[in-house]
Design a protein around this ligand. Structure first.
Ligand code: FAD
Length: 499
């Protein structure tokens, strides 16, 4: 067994620097030399500003001071996503972080809420989630330890400037000994017998040797695709969006919402992400249903402040590499695949890729069993997220454009139909194999998109009608009071982590 001594990371976008930071922190400079190569000429995608709560695990792993991290990335806090005009025009709902209420007598909270509806109480499900109520009122604070209070379990993530985040992680990684090389890679040397990569070669002739190569080169997939020949599995039939216009606008005073907004449009959807110094906006669309110019016009007509620069077009294809790891090359970030940013999952997938790599970290023997497991789990992770995304597009009343008619009638991925069938019968949801999105998320979006159920879960009758009402109204009241107690999002930032 020979230990890996040289790790070469190709690319210095979010994926490259997250990988460099985590490997530097966990393995340390004494274990292996970590070199990151990036090209200033090529640059990074530079979008990607919304996250999900799992990023806190990554930040804790690195030992980051959160206020410092927010300040340096001009970040804000995120309690969930508001979906406007998705189920139908004029309708909106909230997909919050954290659970609705809590389970009682071993029965899920949402079963009791469904029973409550049958009893003629038409409370919104959002009233039972502190993040949703606080978001509606522009409130935020970190959890505090108060027994039996929703304030002790506030779940949150961040919005931040992706470029500043990469810079922040660069300083962190270099501080732990990672080396950065600037230059454009023009070719690579492979061992003719084994097919393993030996070195990448820069335009000026420099040769950077490695034992393990991590491809963070973005959509071009410089190593995994171009060198290792691993093809891309195209998911356009399920995720038809393939373009995005992105444009920042000036910060709108007092409108630093502690949530992302996603508004459905004629042929896609528009994001709005508030940062401390500006707001990120973009229109994700399919050019099979709207041309690029019309999409750009739509975006520019629907901004809440003047643009700070010209919109930037990003082209992509939903899907993933057939293999994420081949021989001594592991692809992390956009080089491994991409699903549109509707539920802010890309940065999370980078984090999962790094975590799995550390779990199955190779020696120079590169055991095929480790590689196979890594690849199998990566594909599954993608498939579960894909199904959740498809739900948003497919379950809608909208039929006002060719795009929405396509989405409503698309062929479903196999596992999704089973989820629909279970929900439509007794409102049941099952989280499969630790898939990323839990039953709260599925419930929020299924109810939000207007799905209905034939009857509530019969085990909700373990509590009498009166008890269900009393318990649920008590939960709602505690959430209401907790939100009243919270400071506004702007005040919280001002007091703790203003840039
Ligand atoms: P890139 O940022 O493209 O970086 C690639 C790196 O490789 C660069 O440093 C480049 O210089 C280098 N490189 C490439 N070729 C060479 C070469 N020949 N020689 C040397 N260096 C080279 N994610 C979220 O989690 N939340 C979001 O809200 C979100 N929004 C998004 C919106 C859009 C429209 C898009 C397209 C993506 C979004 N993402 C989001 C995804 C997120 O932007 C990416 O996952 C993230 O930025 C990682 O990108 P990357 O590092 O893989 O690639």
């Amino acid at each position: 067994m020979e230990t890996i001594r040289k790790i070469v990371i190709v690319g210095g976008g979010t994926a490259g620097w997250m990988t460099a930071a985590a490997l530097s922190k966990i393995l340390g400079a004494n274990y292996a030399e970590i070199t990151l190569v990036e090209s200033d000429d090529i640059g990074t995608v530079g979008v990607g500003e919304a996250t999900i709560p799992q990023i806190n695990i990554f930040n804790r792993l690195l030992g980051l001071k959160e206020d410092d991290f927010i300040r340096q990335t001009h970040g804000t806090f995120k309690l969930g996503i508001e979906f406007v005009d998705w189920a139908r025009k004029g309708h909106s709902y909230f997909h919050p972080f954290g659970p609705y209420g809590f389970d009682m007598k071993g029965v899920s909270f949402h079963a009791f809420w469904q029973k409550l509806q049958t009893l003629g109480v038409s409370d919104s499900i959002s009233d039972y989630n502190l993040q949703a109520v606080a978001a509606r009122e522009g409130k935020f604070m970190r959890p505090v330890q108060v027994e039996n209070s929703p304030l002790s379990t506030i779940a949150y993530a961040f919005h931040f400037d992706a470029g500043l985040y990469a810079k922040f992680l660069r300083r962190f990684s270099e501080g732990l000994g990672a080396q950065r090389i600037e230059g454009r890679i023009v070719s690579a040397d492979k061992n003719a017998e084994t097919g393993f990569l030996e070195a990448v070669v820069l335009g000026d002739g420099r040769r950077i040797e490695g034992d393990l190569f991590i491809d963070c080169s973005g959509f071009r997939g410089l190593l995994i695709g171009q060198q290792m020949g691993i093809d891309y599995e195209d998911w356009s039939k399920w995720l038809p969006n393939n373009r995005a216009w992105a444009v920042p606008t000036a910060r709108v005073h007092d409108n630093q919402t502690p949530y992302t907004r996603s508004t459905a449009r004629e042929a896609g959807w528009q994001w709005r992400i508030p940062l401390q110094h500006r707001t990120g906006n973009g229109y994700v669309f399919s050019n099979n249903f709207i041309d690029e110019q019309a999409a750009m016009d739509t975006l520019l007509q629907n901004l809440d402040a003047p643009p700070l620069k010209d919109p930037m077009l990003v082209k992509f294809q939903g899907g993933h590499r057939h293999k994420f790891w081949e021989k001594n090359v592991v692809a992390i970030g956009l080089s491994s695949g991409f699903m549109e940013p509707l539920e802010s999952t890309s940065i999370h997938l980078i984090q999962v890729g790094i975590a799995k790599l550390l779990q199955m970290f190779p020696d120079k023997g590169f055991e095929q069993a480790d590689i196979n497991r890594y690849n199998r789990l990566s594909v599954l992770e993608y498939e579960y997220i894909r199904d959740f995304l498809v739900l948003h597009f497919n379950q809608t009343e909208r039929d006002d454009s060719e795009y929405w008619r396509y989405c409503r009638n698309m062929e479903l991925p196999p596992r999704l139909q089973e989820k629909y069938d279970l929900f439509r019968s007794r409102g049941r949801i099952f989280r499969e194999n630790e898939e990323l999105f839990n039953d709260t998320s599925w419930f929020a979006v299924m109810v939000g998109q207007g799905m209905t159920w034939r009857g509530y879960d019969p085990v909700a009758d373990v509590m009498s009608d009166e008890d269900v009402k009393r318990q649920l109204f008590g939960i709602k009241d505690a959430i209401r009071k907790s939100s009243d107690y919270m400071p506004t999002h702007e005040d919280f930032i001002r007091a703790n982590c203003a840039m």
